[in-house]
Design a protein around this ligand. Structure first.
Ligand SMILES: [Fe+2]
Ligand SMILES: [Fe+2]
Length: 200
């Protein structure tokens, strides 16, 4: 992770570095989406993930164009942030048996990915404009809009169907203490249940 290496001296270097970061991220997402599609049960969610996989492939091609415009060789630089988001998604999914709860988790994971992309592309668009590359900014804005649209679709899916379906499956064992420390709480503690009881 050569975050502050000598290679980044100017804003142009920084811009290319960020491009390489998102190029790597898009490739990781391209690899992760088929697995998410396979795990998803809801047909609308499956379809949505499939559509976004196709879109992701087009976004990679768009990044190739951006590199070309900048006379740079398209390449990725390792991005531990996206690796972490994907790894966490896989870990959580691996712990969920119930298909509808899993759908809700998959949407949340996909949204974490989208939000990551939105922050990266948002920055890239601003930097491209700052560096006087409106042509590049225009291309990156197209992708940014797609990521925002995907995020909105996922929110709609979650609210309309996945979350209510998953919530209906709440196990009776935790019913007396609603709103307590069980599932869905905002605390960034260790994942629910299991360990909490034994602690002081
Ligand atoms: Fe993307
Ligand atoms: Fe995306």
């Amino acid at each position: 992770m050569a975050m502050f290496s000598d290679e980044i001296r100017t804003m142009d270097d920084l811009f290319v570095h960020q491009l390489e970061d998102v190029y790597y991220a898009e490739h990781q997402i391209e690899k992760a989406l088929p697995e998410m599609m396979e795990k998803a049960t809801d047909t609308e969610l499956k379809r949505g993930l499939k559509a976004h996989l196709a879109e992701t492939k087009r976004q990679i091609k768009r990044l190739d164009q951006v590199f070309k415009k900048l006379d740079q060789e398209p390449k990725g630089t390792e991005c531990p942030a996206i690796d972490g988001i994907i790894e966490e998604a896989n870990d959580v999914a691996g712990e969920i048996e119930d298909k509808e709860v899993l759908d809700a988790a998959l949407i949340a994971a996909a949204q974490a990915v989208e939000h990551y992309e939105i922050t990266r592309y948002g920055t890239l668009v601003a930097w491209a404009k700052q560096l006087g590359r409106k042509d590049v900014a225009t291309l990156l804005t197209e992708t940014l809009k797609e990521e925002v649209a995907t995020d909105k679709k996922l929110t709609a899916m979650a609210k309309k169907s996945a979350n209510p379906k998953a919530a209906r499956k709440a196990p009776p064992r935790r019913s007396p203490a609603r709103g307590g420390s069980s599932r869905g709480g905002a605390k960034p503690a260790k994942s629910n249940g299991r360990r909490g009881r034994a602690a002081a």
